[in-house]
Design a protein around this ligand. Structure first.
Ligand code: MF3
Ligand code: CO
Length: 246
C-alpha cells in the first residue's frame, strides 16, 4: 500500500506499534517449559486488549494468532502443546490489524543456553535486516535491499531462504510487491515514498533448502539445521524508512 491519508498512516503506525509491543511481551515470557500455545494465548489477549485483531488468524485458514517456529522450523509453525526446551531457539511472527490496517513482524529468541554458533545466526539474521534497510529509500530498487541482506548473511557463512519473501502490506497482510532476501542490486521494482512493506530475512545455519510439513503450514530447513527470522513493517520515506514494529 502507498499511504495517502493521515488516517491510513495513523492506523498503520498503531497496528505496527501493537505488534512490536506484543513481541516484547512474549520475549519476556519465553523460557524453558512454556508451550507455544501459551505464548499464542498471551499474544492474542494483548492484541485484542489494544483494540486490534490478530490478523493471521483465519488468513488462508491459518488456525492461530501467531506463528511459532522452533529450531529448524523456518516460519509458519503452528502453536501447540509442545514446550520450549533448554537450548532451543524460537521464531515468533506476529500480525495485528487496526481498523483494517495490518502490521507484521518477527523475532528469534534463544531459550536457556544456546550454542555460540546459533546465537550468531540470530544476530546475523537481525543485522541482515538493518544492512538491507541501509539501501532503502524512495527511488531505491528492491534488488538493492535484497542484495545487501544476501551479501551480509552469506559473508557470515549462512544461507538465505528463497522460497519465501517479504511483501507489501496495508489493508491486506500480504500485498505486492514481493521483497526477496537475495538478488542483484539495481534490479526489480522501484520503491516509492510512503509505501508500506514488510522486510523479513529468513536465514539458515546450513543449506538454504526448505520443505513444507503435511500440516501445509510449517516450513522447515531440509537439512534440519537451525533457522532464524527477523521482520519489521516499515514505511519508505524520502531518505530512508520508518520502522513501525520495533
Ligand atoms: N509474517 C508472515 C508472513 O509474512 C505472516 C504469516 S501469515 C499466516 O509470511 F498465514 F501465517 F497467518
Ligand atoms: Co511478513
Amino acid at each position: 500500500m502507498i499511504i495517502k491519508t493521515e488516517k491510513e498512516d495513523q492506523c498503520m503506525r498503531f497496528a505496527g506499534k501493537v505488534v512490536g509491543e506484543t513481541l516484547k511481551l512474549l520475549q519476556g515470557k519465553v523460557r524453558v517449559g512454556i508451550t507455544t500455545a501459551e505464548l499464542n494465548k498471551i499474544a492474542e489477549a494483548y492484541i485484542v486488549s489494544k483494540g486490534c485483531k490478530p490478523c493471521f488468524k483465519g488468513y488462508d485458514g491459518y488456525p492461530a494468532a501467531i506463528c511459532t517456529s522452533i529450531n529448524s522450523q523456518v516460519v509458519h509453525g503452528i502453536p501447540s502443546k509442545v514446550a520450549l526446551k533448554d537450548g532451543d531457539i524460537i521464531s515468533i511472527d506476529i500480525g495485528a490489524s487496526y481498523k483494517g490496517y495490518n502490521g507484521d513482524a518477527a523475532r528469534t529468541f534463544p531459550v536457556g543456553k544456546v550454542s555460540d554458533e546459533v546465537l550468531k545466526l540470530i544476530q546475523v539474521t537481525e543485522q541482515s535486516f538493518f544492512e538491507g534497510i541501509k539501501f532503502l529509500k524512495a527511488g531505491a530498487k528492491i534488488g538493492d535491499v535484497a542484495n545487501a541482506i544476501q551479501v551480509y548473511a552469506e559473508q557470515h557463512g549462512f544461507s538465505v531462504v528463497r522460497e519465501l519473501t517479504g511483501h507489501g502490506i496495508g489493508t491486506s497482510v500480504h500485498e505486492d510487491p514481493a521483497i526477496p532476501n537475495y538478488g542483484k542490486s539495481g534490479t526489480g521494482a522501484t520503491l516509492q515514498e510512503n509505501q508500506a512493506i514488510a522486510i523479513e530475512p529468513m536465514i539458515n545455519l546450513g543449506q538454504r533448502y526448505v520443505f513444507m510439513w503435511d500440516d501445509n503450514w510449517t516450513i522447515e530447513s531440509q537439512d534440519h539445521k537451525p533457522s532464524a527470522h527477523y521482520e519489521n513493517t516499515v514505511i519508505v520515506t524520502k531518505n530512508g524508512c520508518d520502522i513501525l514494529t520495533l
